[in-house]
Design a protein around this ligand. Sequence first.
Ligand SMILES: *Cc1c(COP(=O)(O)O)cnc(C)c1O
Length: 393
Amino acid sequence: MHTTRQDFEQYLCQTYAPAPFVPVSGKGAYLVDDEGRRYLDLTGGIAVNAFGHAPDFLIDALTKQAKQLWHVSNCFTNAPALALARTLVSRTFANRVFFCNSGAEANEAALKLARKHGRARGATKILSFAKSFHGRTLFTVATGGQPKYSKDFAPLPASIEHLPLGDVAAFDAAMDRSVCAVIIEPILGEGGVVPVDCDFLQHVRHACDAQGALLIFDEVQTGMGRTGHLFAYEATGVTPDVLTSAKGLGGGFPIGAMLCGIRAADVFGVGDHGTTFGGNPLACACALAVLEKIDQTLLDNVRAASETLRAALSALPIIKEVRGKGLLLGAVLADAHADKALHFVKCAQEEGLLVLNAGNNVIRLAPPLNIQKEELKTAWTLLQKASARFLAD
Ligand SMILES: *Cc1c(COP(=O)(O)O)cnc(C)c1O
């Protein structure tokens, strides 16, 4: 069947405004559209394609599993899910893992778990932060700190409070025995690539310990090697009770996970929560292959590439500040160009370069973790060209 970009307006719910071209194939950091145009892709499918497009080792892992077993339901367990869970537990703070299909589902599981954990002592309140993003289910839009995502869907789940990020006094005023969980992204992703101060995270950790609340780190965007660590918490000096992962976990195959430390590991019992596709063998085989590729060599590449891209972004005349860590970088537009991030995204596309925005004022990069020197050189050139085009418009 021949399709065109116009079909999007006719046949798809208009929840997105995708680029004017249709990608048809990709390899590594490059994407090709339906007119044969090639783009250097620094979006990584929004921090999903940890090893770029169609990496050979993932094609192998997926096709090997596809010839063996696709789906069995949770009436059975399966070898890829067991191997993935064991590997996640051995490489993190976690004691147990729950598998699902997306970041929102991982957070939904974590929030439900927290409510159940707090139930016996009547603790229901969830503390969250302004500008945070946790997904698009009703519970996760209500928990996220961006009212634009929840305003049309009331009545929302109750007993959720949003606090200014990093404000110790506001946090202390809200934190009491009625709190069942605090949920936080170590670096706000969608909220503009905003790193959270480690001292604040420590403060939150101590307060959770004192009040018996669970600390949930949403590492859907920051996890799986993205910041130069397997998970970002490793560099904060703070260990959460629950950590959620998705995006990069399957390297492009949909999968989410909730990792549970000792206080959370036995909260859910048989029948408390579930999902048809969670722990699917195809998804778990991909995630296991991805996890095995995240070694010190790869993390070193993330850190080195980060320095190069940070320098490239800082050198642009339209940028006033570069934030973030590893290969999750946010470049803040100078005041003269405020709120024109989407315009930059468009100029970059016209130069054959794909970048993301994070809000209206930040250009976000989340390229493949194994991005190569040659591709970084090209990125530098194309960023300059996109910036020049942006200034000329
Ligand atoms: C993308 C994202 C989510 C939502 O993940 P989905 O797979 O889109 O449901 C949740 N939290 C953070 C931090 C994210 O970046």
